[in-house]
Design a binder for this molecule. Structure first.
Ligand code: ADP
Length: 258
């Protein structure tokens, strides 16, 4: 997509030259298309749980639901409300990251940070019968909230897409850069999906992922945070064997740059 502007320049009535301006619009149009798709997806994704909540609440208030079914309906309303809240939180997070706000930094003790992460996910890992180990060493100057969101999203996936008796190993170390590795022995990701899983709302086999409670936004948030912190993310995976995600973050961050 290229736009042309041709402006003749007149001096004393004579045309002495012309200005030709070429603007490559490819990136702008691509970004616009992604935004449009995102808005359409957001509306759809928000509408789905809300429609369920509305439907169940309407039935409950009709007085026609037998006592034996009421508990299940309450459970569904709670489940869908929680999903709606998660979606809204994640959408807010993405728009904040996209607006490229200033990123404040603090000194983070990675040993303590790792302990807090492990504690936070202990119950979820136990529910899924997955053994979780999070280790960290050294200090890293970064944005605590972003680093937490980043690693927490990866750990949550590593537990969620695991199998009974599986393991999740997380290490956070400092070298010339911060290196975060999240390794799981879970279900793995097929090669054809690897390029796409960082896209917004992309889920491998929608029904399977939805059953596990995903929104399809987690890895898109990861990608945004890594970009904001000027880092890199690499993924290695084998179907049926597991996935390893490695994030490297430079020590000297270029703050607040999108
Ligand atoms: P979701 O909220 O659905 O988990 P994500 O953006 O976090 O969304 O991940 C996108 C998709 O990538 C998931 O639906 C899942 O199919 C796949 N995925 C992500 N992490 C893993 C993992 N560690 N192992 C296997 N599949 C994964």
């Amino acid at each position: 997509y290229i736009k042309y502007y041709a402006n003749p320049v007149a001096y004393d009535g004579d045309i002495t030259g012309a200005i030709l301006l070429l603007i490559d619009e490819t990136e702008r149009i691509r970004a616009e298309k992604i935004r449009e798709e995102f808005s359409a997806n957001v509306s759809h994704e928000l509408k789905t749980p809300l429609t369920s909540i509305y439907g169940f609440a309407e039935l409950m208030s009709s007085g026609l639901v037998p006592e034996s079914d009421r508990q299940e309906m309450d459970r569904r309303i709670l489940h869908e409300s929680k999903r709606l809240l998660t979606l809204i939180d994640e959408i807010i997070m993405i728009s904040r990251l996209e607006s490229g706000t200033q990123v404040s930094t603090e000194d983070i003790n990675l040993t303590d940070f790792a302990k807090r992460l492990e504690m936070n996910f202990t119950t979820y890992a136990m529910e899924r019968q997955v053994s979780l180990h999070v280790a960290g060493s050294g200090h890293f100057k970064s944005n605590t909230t972003m680093l937490w969101e980043l690693v927490a999203n990866l750990i949550e996936n590593a537990i969620k897409y695991n199998r009974e008796g599986g393991t999740v190993d997380v290490s956070m170390t400092m070298d010339r850069q911060a290196v975060l590795v999240v390794r799981d022995t879970g279900i793995g990701i097929a090669e054809k999906d690897l390029d796409r899983i960082f896209e917004r709302f992309y889920r491998v086999e929608k029904s399977r992922s939805k059953k596990r409670g995903g929104t399809g936004l987690g890895l898109s948030i990861v990608k945004h945070i890594v970009k904001t912190l000027n880092g890199k993310v690499a993924i290695q995976s084998k179907l049926g064997e597991g996935t390893t995600i490695t994030v490297t973050l430079p020590i000297k961050e270029n703050r607040g740059v999108k």
